[in-house]
Design a protein around this ligand. Sequence first.
Ligand SMILES: Cc1cn([C@H]2C[C@H](O)[C@@H](COP(=O)(O)OP(=O)(O)OP(=O)(O)O)O2)c(=O)[nH]c1=O
Length: 187
Amino acid sequence: MQNNAPFGTLVLASASPRRREMLASLGLSFDVIVPEIDETPRPGEAPRAFVERMAKEKAETVQDERIVIAADTVVVLQNRILGKPADEAHASEMLSTLSGASHEVITGTCIRQGGRFEVFSVSTEVVFRELEKAEIEAYIATGCPMDKAGAYAIQGGAAHMVRSINGSYTNVVGLPLCELYEMLISF
Ligand SMILES: Cc1cn([C@H]2C[C@H](O)[C@@H](COP(=O)(O)OP(=O)(O)OP(=O)(O)O)O2)c(=O)[nH]c1=O
């Protein structure tokens, strides 16, 4: 895989610097195109169906004959989808509901070439310890939560809030590298 030859240069349809870093860690060469889509769940849409649809729609924005990769990440608590917070009050509310509880982080990923699509989703269980109101406010003041699903980044300032994870770590950060690697090989 460090040899890029079988794939040529890929296209990553994402504005996320984390996805860029993680894909680069596979040793592949790729260009980045920023997708613009409406990221609103449909009424009653299940979390997995939602992230898979989002990843597919992001990949579809790219007009290119090369292999395109796109992804979408949400936090799911009791079947409720938590995307990125709208503002600081929303971030505070999200972190309060995650406090002392277990939730799922689900990332949908799409690999596309022309009319060929491979879409899949991976779920990781994350357990938060009880958070103090003051530490939630201090974390929000860093600005870090504002562009993250569920208002936290396990890789950026929230690691000490996480008691345990069950499943893929890179999936929580926004790109399930192990599963993506396997899918790319078989694509
Ligand atoms: C839970 C969690 C999410 N995230 C990030 C991953 C995603 O970048 C973001 C969820 O928003 P997304 O809509 O999945 O992605 P994005 O808007 O950042 O980028 P694009 O749509 O252009 O690909 O939350 C972390 O970085 N760390 C975490 O621990």
